[in-house]
Design a protein around this ligand. Structure first.
Ligand code: GAL
Length: 416
């Protein structure tokens, strides 16, 4: 081998080594609970990221389980163990600020908001939810609505009922359906989906002001009006299936689609599931209305991704956040997810008729935050409320549930 060839070989090897080192360094781990039936929207967003950053190997880490009940537990272990993912899903609001931001685990993204011009692109109310002491701590990818009642028009027609507009009417409709042979007019799934029913009942009964007062610590759970929300919730539970704890939210939705149940109260990720996974047509194959007694209100939640301090692949994570917060990113993700874009400039022509109606409601209804999905309450409260719900489902003791909720609120520093 002559000297020139040898030198060339050495430099080729060096270049290859450097390239593979660069490749190894170019990775990104994102963490969420969006897998399986919940995966298509995130997968599309990851694909978009990969077309922009082809050299980055994306580890799309997921822990299955609706509402992140399992994922959040794993995240906690990882965060406390010093093994933070590069970017992780957290609900805008107290779940983020009252949990990870107060604990000083997140990076302030204000400069990213400035460089991307996002202050003018996201609604102020949403930015407020992810802000803490002057910093902005995540990038919202969507806005979901929690208070939606889903049904199949053909089922209601066959049974001769119309969608009830108040909880009192719901209970009457339920009796009619039972009399006509439908054993469980309402289908619900595991614990957190049951809590969503209470959430809709409570917002209906307390109104937006009462609901906000609850989370501001100005209205006690032991107030007779709040005790009353549990009493009504109990009546609604009498319309529901007894095998709920073993059902995922998708399985609950399936029972509405099969005609076994008439109604399901679920966030509008159900629309994503029905249109994207089940290939059904919104407005004909399935339809919706606001949960009873909440027509004037939009109970919102927003999924967001943040940048934990000590992220191993910080540059890649920032680029991920840029894609996620872009108009293109949001209009890639949300039409598949059933949500609307958090940004105000999205192209509604890309969305289903359900999402188009949600976008209209987002502008015209009174907005309040969901407790179950971390907007109104911190993680300490939401995770603790699960046991209160379980106890109530079996005992139906409204006063005890209200007292336990107040104790939990105090312990979780709600409104402080
Ligand atoms: C919510 C989340 C939604 C959807 C849902 C069901 O907490 O915000 O995007 O994933 O859980 O898992």
């Amino acid at each position: 081998m002559n000297k020139r060839t040898k030198t060339a070989l050495v430099s080729v090897t060096a270049a290859a080594l450097m390239a593979s080192a660069a490749q190894a360094a170019n990775k990104l781990e994102i963490f969420s609970w969006w897998s399986g039936d919940e995966g298509p929207a995130l997968n599309a967003l990851v694909k978009l990221y990969s077309t922009k950053y082809p050299a980055v190997a994306v580890d799309n880490a997921t822990v299955t389980g609706g509402a992140g009940t399992n994922a959040k537990a794993v995240l906690k272990t990882r965060m406390l163990g010093g093994d933070a993912p590069d970017s992780f899903q957290a609900h805008a609001g107290q779940e983020l600020t009252g949990t990870w931001v107060v604990a000083d685990r997140m990076e302030d993204l204000s400069s990213l908001y400035k460089s991307e011009g996002w202050a003018a692109k996201f609604p102020k109310a949403v930015i407020d939810l992810i802000s803490y002491k002057g910093g902005i701590y995540s990038v919202p990818v969507d806005v979901h609505r929690s208070n939606v009642m889903w049904y199949v028009p053909a089922t209601l027609k066959k049974m001769g009922v119309t969608p009830p507009t108040s909880w009192a009417q719901f209970v009457t409709t339920c009796a009619t359906l039972k009399a006509k042979g439908m054993a469980t007019p309402l289908v619900m799934g595991e614990n957190w989906t049951q809590q969503m029913i209470w959430e809709s009942v409570a917002v209906g009964a307390l109104g937006p002001k009462g609901w906000n007062d609850l989370w501001a610590g100005k209205l006690k759970f032991t107030d007779p009006r709040v005790v009353g929300t549990f009493t009504t919730y109990g009546k609604v539970l009498d319309c529901a299936n007894k095998d709920a704890s073993g059902l995922s939210w998708q399985q609950a939705t399936d029972r509405v689609l099969s005609g076994q149940a008439a109604f399901n109260i679920m966030g509008d990720w159900a629309a994503g599931y029905m249109t994207t996974t089940k290939k059904l047509k919104a407005g004909t194959d399935f339809a919706w209305s606001a949960s009873p007694s909440t027509n004037g209100t939009f109970i919102m939640l927003a999924d967001s991704f943040g940048l934990p301090k000590g992220a191993k692949d910080r540059t890649e994570a920032i680029n991920w956040l840029k894609v996620l917060g872009s108009k293109e990113g949001q209009d890639t993700f949300n039409p598949l997810k059933g949500s609307i874009a958090a940004r105000t400039d999205s192209d509604l022509g890309k969305y289903s008729v359900y999402s188009q109606s949600a976008a209209k409601d987002w502008k015209s209804k009174v907005i309040v935050g969901s407790m179950v999905h971390g907007a109104a309450a911190n993680e300490a409260f939401t995770s603790g409320f699960g046991s209160i719900n379980d106890a109530f489902v079996s005992t139906r003791d409204a006063k005890a549930a209200a007292q336990a909720s107040q104790d939990l609120a105090t312990k979780s520093k709600i409104g402080m």
